[in-house]
Design a protein. Structure first.
Length: 355
């Protein structure tokens, strides 16, 4: 078997498969129904845009999120796992273009999820946070009731598959209780102390809770959980812009900034790298693709060149899209806007972790 497969071989194969996907007849596939939450959010954004002159303010970048069903991933699944040269060739994210569609591919290796922020939201009101410490891949929150010394310690961190399997076996053999989102947890009681242990198999996160309060109250304290990615925000935005919409969920965050007078919009989205395989968007005949750098990270910049002879002022896909990956935080950042590239790059480079 020839194992000398280059990155160019992989990209060429991706283009072939991409053309096949583009030619696939979807006429018989039922239309997707969006959730009420999604529809409400989109109506708010669209109403903000429509309130101006009707001119397109933000490029309608189509984030075609494809999870676990893309032929390219099936095609190379075995080779990626067993052939070192294939692993090396696709280990870095890359971009392809065909039929006026730009597609971004994000290969995966090991645990490449972003470390999320989880905070229990049903802790009894008598408790307050005494300390909240975080390190690379771990976080510990200690709650205290100063009136009587009761405490709750909540800790979560990355674990190995072996640790997850061991915990799973213990949960199958011993009594468990139900926590937030239906998670089962191992309950251990001894010496006036309760311990809860559970894990999240998708992200390989292990959780431990210790407390001296009654088991029933402790279980209720972890009946609800707020989960989102670490929070990022720009330290610089163009004059006249303000934040008009934000939404966070366990795998992505959306921030939308709008100019109060012109209606121009800057959309910032970021995603857990481990949850994304590919996404892409439509190109115009006047679009230019450049490789740039955002704070030392490789980035792809796609923008419409208004000086190009093929430029069409009425094309709804005119605008700019900037994509980059932060390998340290394991997150994908995407900006789409109608502003000039210099402003968008400055905006992107000012984005920092808030908490």
């Amino acid at each position: 078997m020839n194992t000398q497969i280059s990155k160019e071989d992989i990209r060429n194969a991706a283009i072939i498969v991409g053309n096949s996907i583009a030619a696939f007849d979807t006429s018989n596939i039922p239309s997707h129904t969006f959730s009420d939450r999604h529809e409400t959010a989109m109506r708010r954004i669209l109403s903000l845009i429509a309130s101006d002159t009707g001119r397109t303010r933000r490029r309608p970048f189509v984030r075609r999120l494809v999870a676990c069903i893309v032929a390219i991933l099936i095609l190379f699944a075995g080779a990626y796992a067993f052939i070192p040269s294939v692993h090396a060739a696709v280990n870095e994210w890359f971009t392809t273009v065909w039929n006026n569609i730009v597609t971004y591919y994000f290969p995966h290796s090991g645990n490449d999820h972003a470390f999320p922020v989880l905070t229990p939201t049903s802790i009894p009101e008598r408790f307050e946070i005494e300390s909240d410490t975080a390190s690379d891949g771990a976080r510990t929150i200690r709650y205290i009731d100063k009136a009587n010394g009761d405490f709750i310690v909540f800790d979560y961190r990355w674990i190995s598959q072996r640790q997850a399997d061991k915990l799973k076996q213990s949960m199958e053999n011993d009594d468990t209780v139900v926590l937030y989102s239906g998670y089962n947890a191992l309950l251990q009681e001894s010496n006036n102390k309760c311990v809860l242990k559970w894990y999240e198999p998708h992200n390989l996160l292990g959780f431990t809770v210790e407390s001296n309060i009654a088991a029933e109250e402790l279980i209720q304290a972890f009946s609800a959980m707020d989960i989102h990615l670490p929070e990022y925000a720009p330290t610089w935005i163009p004059e006249g812009f303000e934040l008009v919409y934000e939404d966070r969920d366990p795998g992505s965050t959306t921030l939308t900034y709008m100019h109060t007078e012109t209606g121009d919009i800057i959309g910032l989205d970021y995603y857990d790298y481990g949850n994304i395989d590919i996404f892409g968007g439509d190109l115009t005949e006047a679009d230019v693709i450049e490789n740039v750098s955002i704070n030392g990270h490789k980035a792809s910049l796609v923008y419409t060149d208004s000086t190009d002879p093929e430029y069409d002022t009425n094309n709804v896909f005119n605008g700019l899209v900037l994509i980059w990956v932060d390998n340290n935080s394991k997150m994908i950042f995407a900006i789409d806007s109608s502003l000039e590239k210099e402003e968008v790059i400055r905006f992107a480079e000012s984005i920092t972790k808030v908490r």
